[in-house]
Design a binder for this molecule. Structure first.
Ligand code: NCD
Length: 306
């Protein structure tokens, strides 16, 4: 069976290092990578909205000299006629060498990987996982902090439905002396299965709180997130919770001078635009790092050596 990327836990710590090293080499020597995917095709199958993830996969493939087939809108695909994910992916794997898939159903990319003979990249499955955003986040942490160990990371906002949070916690749980500070409204706490199976099982230090300002001074990284409106069962709950945390310059008063402020984007209200010019704001750097890591990942899954 070909190798896919469905869950970040299936990449070893050594493989993460190899991917970040490859991404840094792409940044330093772009010309070396310009033709490595000549004649190869990436298909993007996005059954949910996306700006960064889809376009960065497409940009990544073009920068390798490859080409792209896009099934951007599920409403205009045969999914609208009732076709199964398995049949759709079998079809697309006749045309493409690698597929990036986003789907509102948890597990859909896993099902796809069991039915395709080309690599499938999970580009977000419901409120579950988002491993390639984690690759973007990891390269950002490496470039900003120079290490993955001995960091205190605050995750703030929608920790229940925020799939980028789930995947980044899973990835960071493997490094030494990492501490998690989980900041959310009670209703949007980290799911118990991640807290127990990932954090507690690995004996990692963590705290849960509703108070962002109280924990601000101890954070090395602050990972803000959007309240995931599309996962709520009723609009009233969303409206009540959506502005639970809004990061403003005043709230950074007691933050470390070298805090790294991250956000997977899109931002709605969680970070005031007044913070964008603060040197600690790293969220647009994450976007660019995501393209380099997707370039590295495409090479790895296609078995292409630079
Ligand atoms: C995230 C996602 O889709 O989960 N966006 C992204 O891919 N950068 C975060 C979000 O939508 O809030």
């Amino acid at each position: 069976m070909v190798r896919s990327l469905i869950d970040i836990a299936t990449l070893s710590v050594d493989e993460i290092s190899a991917l970040t090293n490859c991404a840094e080499d792409i940044i330093s020597n772009p010309a070396k990578y310009a033709h490595l995917c000549n004649g190869k095709k990436l298909a993007t199958m996005f059954f949910e909205p996306s700006t960064r993830t889809r376009l960065s996969f497409e940009a990544a493939m073009y920068e390798h000299g490859g080409s792209v087939l896009t099934m951007a809108d599920s409403a205009s695909s045969s999914a609208a006629k009732g076709e199964s994910v398995a049949d759709t992916v079998r079809t697309v794997s006749c045309y493409a060498d690698i597929i990036a898939m986003r789907h509102p159903k948890e597990g859909a990319p896993l099902v796809a990987s069991m039915n395709a003979d080309v690599p499938i990249i999970n580009s977000g499955d419901g409120g579950h996982n988002h491993p390639t955003q984690t690759l973007a986040d990891l390269l950002t942490i490496k470039r900003e902090k120079g290490r993955f160990d001995s960091l205190t990371i605050g995750f703030c906002g929608d920790l229940k439905f925020g799939r980028t949070v789930h995947s980044l916690i899973t990835a960071m749980a493997r490094y030494e002396n990492v501490k998690f500070v989980l900041i959310s409204p009670v209703e949007l706490k980290l799911p118990g299965y991640i807290r127990k199976d990932v954090i507690v099982k690995n004996n990692l230090e963590y705290v849960q709180t509703t108070d962002l300002e109280a924990v601000m001074p101890e954070l090395d990284i602050l990972y803000m997130t959007r309240v995931q409106r599309e996962r709520f069962f009723n609009e009233e709950d969303y409206l009540r919770l959506k502005d639970s945390y809004i990061l403003t310059p005043e709230k950074l008063r007691d933050a470390k001078p070298d805090l790294c402020i991250m956000h997977p984007l899109p931002r709605v209200n969680e970070i005031s635009v007044a913070i964008d010019s603060d040197p600690r704001a790293c969220y647009f750097k994450q976007v660019l790092n995501g393209k380099y890591m997707r370039m590295a990942l495409i090479l790895m899954l296609l078995g292409i050596k630079p």
